[in-house]
Design a protein around this ligand. Structure first.
Ligand code: COA
Length: 328
């Protein structure tokens, strides 16, 4: 079968109504709005209630993406839910989403690549569409990270937020579509950001729960440096692969981890700061949901027009990273 390019045909996003502000955090740990704002750029983040869970937001975001792509869910051949905070271990959150959407012909599964999950999923979907294995794919990034955040640890609890973003991908028209993708990982840095307990190595018991072993542990300083380097490098790589220059990019969406990381990547890439999208102030770091939420906001705000070059880059625990260049 002849190779076709893939394109993003529709996007959607959803998040809990609940909001955790810096002022709320000031009452929970020894921190200040001033510290959080200057060190991270975050002012508030969405937080799920006890009765809300990952697939709820994933389904809502997906329904919007499907509606905008004007496709029938039954025509989706591949459904990838990138998440590190699944509804449950078995079955995959992807299968639960599939059932809710009525996407009964899709191969559905979860993809665990932390904050790079959406770019990993986009890369997989791109290849499956290109090779004619599927016509339409739904790629979702969805997280309720607040379940794994230790709200007594001031170095992590200020960072993360809950939410979901989704994109329907399908065959591209004309010269539009995904021009280049690259994904990488380096497990030697696994302990820079990890949750030690709750799996098969340290099974969940009342003791491990009371020790908080299921919570995220992070070496923020180290991650900061790797994040900047990897996102900048992978961006250069996809631009080179597509034969494009940084000056031609009309919209750059980096993973929303920390405003200082975004600023450092922007200056390394030497792109105009005005084309770099940031919503970190209102979402915090939503891991795999960060890039698709930002993309959907950009589409809604008219920040991207047909033919524009859109650069996506991400970095996350694992460590993992990835980049994609898209002609919109
Ligand atoms: N409020 C007030 N003080 C805090 C604080 C908080 N929420 N969190 C940490 N501090 C303190 C530390 O205890 C430390 O105090 P000390 O000097 O007395 O030991 C001081 O602030 C500096 O801590 P440090 O970790 O060096 O700060 P930083 O400038 O590196 O900022 C992060 C911390 C976490 C914001 C930053 O490292 C970061 O964003 N890293 C990347 C993390 C990330 O994005 N992870 C996800 C990857 S996808």
């Amino acid at each position: 079968m002849a190779e076709v390019r893939s394109a993003i045909l529709g996007t959607g996003r959803a998040y809990p109504e609940g909001i955790l502000t810096n002022a709320d955090l000031e009452r929970m740990v020894e921190t200040s709005d001033e510290w959080i704002t200057t060190r991270t750029g975050i002012k508030e983040r969405h937080r799920a209630s006890e009765s809300e869970y990952t697939s709820l937001f994933a389904v809502e975001a997906s329904r919007k993406a499907i509606e905008r792509a004007r496709i029938d869910p039954i025509d989706i051949g591949l459904l990838i839910c990138a998440t590190v905070s699944p509804d449950q271990i078995l079955p995959s959150t992807g299968c639960l989403i599939q059932a809710e959407l009525g996407a009964h012909k899709a191969a559905a599964f979860d993809l665990a690549a932390a904050c790079s999950g959406f770019l990993y999923g986009l890369t997989m979907a791109d290849k499956m569409i290109k090779t004619g294995q599927v016509r339409y794919a739904l790629v979702i990034g969805a997280e309720v990270l607040s379940r794994y955040v230790d709200f007594t640890d001031r170095s992590t609890c200020i960072l993360f937020g809950d939410g979901a973003g989704a994109a329907v991908m399908g065959p591209a028209e004309g010269d539009r579509g995904v021009l280049a993708t690259r994904i990488y990982s380096d497990g030697r840095y696994a302990e820079q950001l990890y949750s030690p307990g709750g799996g098969t190595r340290i099974k969940p018991t009342s003791e491990t729960l009371s020790q908080g072993l299921h919570y995220f542990k992070m070496k923020g300083n180290e991650l900061f440096k790797i994040a900047v380097r990897s996102m900048a490098d992978v961006s250069v790589e996809v631009l080179k692969e597509a034969g494009c220059r940084a000056e031609e990019v009309k919209l750059f969406i980096p993973h929303q981890a920390n405003q200082r990381i975004t600023d450092a990547v922007t200056s390394r890439l030497d792109v105009d700061p005005s084309i770099v999208y940031s919503n970190i102030a209102y979402h915090g770091n939503t891991s795999s949901a960060s890039v698709p939420i930002a993309l959907d906001e950009c589409v809604e705000q008219g920040k991207v027009s047909e033919g524009d070059l859109v650069l996506l880059a991400s970095f996350g625990g694992g460590v993992t990273w990835g980049g994609a260049l898209i002609k919109w």
